[in-house]
Ligand binder design. Structure first.
Ligand SMILES: NC(=O)c1ccc[n+]([C@@H]2O[C@H](COP(=O)([O-])OP(=O)(O)OC[C@H]3O[C@@H](n4cnc5c(N)ncnc54)[C@H](OP(=O)(O)O)[C@@H]3O)[C@@H](O)[C@H]2O)c1
Length: 334
């Protein structure tokens, strides 16, 4: 790779809101040379996740990315130099390669062969997104036939897959998403039974009409006011799978986000709310990939990806998620 340039987005300062110029810097350097056991991946696609801004800004379930380090990211790419027989030159791979053109892999324990000929499917249904929807729905939410399931962030990557898994289980699924175009896709393409446009409709009124006896399961991606509205419409014994709360992920630019008002409904309705992290199920990922791959291949589930272009666009591409500009899994092709 002599002569090639490696561009890397590194953290310069902790953001105070969405990413702004100055929070990160695009720096250039030489492509690293692999030592024995190592290999170099040319990154072709980056996967974006709402927790990334958190990871740049704060300590969370893992420490914040140190100042000066490259921004962490799941990605797909191709091995272009190798001194590791298990990862020969030309192999297509997925792993945590970061916001850069080339990644030197010293620890290959979490790098795998690309799970689909399509890198965009590999980073969506056949990546952490599919796994999150799968384990959150089958292990925490556990819908059964006839249950009424509410999924927020329903047109997003995780929510759209989670709702389809609930349909496979025989549930009646109500999505919550922003805007008529997203809601149309959720019902007409992803096959949810209904979708509430939280930007134009009153969630509480719509839930009262769609689920007069209450909802049995909530798969929560958004938190804040959206979760609060679902809490007010729980059936007795409801379960809430707390997948995420994107409405609180952007570092506060003013007053902190409003708190949850309706938490006592958990007591009155004898309901439970359980958080989970996809990594808790790492020893079962391969079985889940087999199931997700079969559903994707035979058309049982559909997915949509939103692919932006160019490494220089990485910060703005991440910002798209918090503005709701992404339609399906947010990716970037390099
Ligand atoms: N537990 C785990 O292990 C795990 C793993 C991965 C992801 N997650 C969580 O899963 C959730 C979804 O992630 P994803 O990657 O699939 O993202 P995504 O749903 O594809 O994108 C995020 C969507 O959230 C909505 N949104 C953004 N800001 C909002 C706000 N203030 N209020 C209401 N909605 C807002 C937008 O959709 P609209 O246009 O519809 O508003 C946006 O498109 C996140 O909370 C993430 O942290 C959890």
């Amino acid at each position: 790779m002599a002569g090639s340039v490696n561009r890397r987005w590194v953290v310069k300062q902790r953001p105070q809101g969405l990413l702004r110029p100055g929070d990160l810097a695009l720096v250039e350097g030489a492509v690293p040379e692999p030592a024995d056991g190592e290999f170099v991946v040319r990154v072709t696609h980056l996967a974006f996740d709402p927790a990334q801004l958190y990871g740049i800004s704060f300590d969370s379930y893992r420490p914040a990315i140190p100042i000066g380090d490259v921004v962490d990211s799941f990605a797909a790419g191709e091995v272009v130099q190798s001194r590791n027989a298990r990862f020969p030159v030309g192999m297509k791979v997925q792993g945590s390669f970061g916001w850069q053109d080339y990644c030197l892999v010293a620890d290959s324990s979490e790098v795998t062969a690309l799970r689909s000929e399509s890198p965009v499917k590999a980073l969506n249904v056949l990546g952490l997104t599919g796994l999150t929807a799968y384990f959150g729905m089958t292990e925490i939410a556990r819908p059964g036939k006839g249950d009424i399931v509410v999924v927020s962030g329903a047109a997003g990557a995780t929510g759209s897959i989670a709702g389809q898994i609930a349909k496979i289980a025989g549930a009646r699924v109500i999505g919550i998403a922003g805007g008529p175009e997203k809601c149309r896709w959720v019902t007409e393409v992803a096959g949810f039974d209904a979708c509430i446009d939280y930007k134009a409709q009153d969630i509480g009124e719509r839930l009262a009409a769609l689920a007069p006896d209450g909802v049995n399961i909530v798969f929560e991606n958004v938190g804040g006011a959206v979760l609060d509205a679902s809490l007010a419409h729980l059936a007795i014994g409801a379960r809430i799978a707390l997948c995420g709360g994107i409405s609180s992920y952007v570092p506060s630019e003013g007053a902190p986000p409003a708190g949850i008002q309706n938490y006592m409904q958990l007591g009155l309705r004898r309901a439970s709310m359980t958080g989970f992290l996809v990594f808790d199920y790492a020893d079962r990922f391969e079985d889940a990939f087999a199931t997700l791959g079969r559903w994707l291949d035979d058309g049982t589930i559909v997915s949509v990806e939103d692919v932006q272009q160019g490494l220089e666009q990485a910060p703005e591409t991440l910002n798209r998620i918090y503005r709701g500009q992404n339609f399906g899994k947010q990716l970037l092709a390099l």
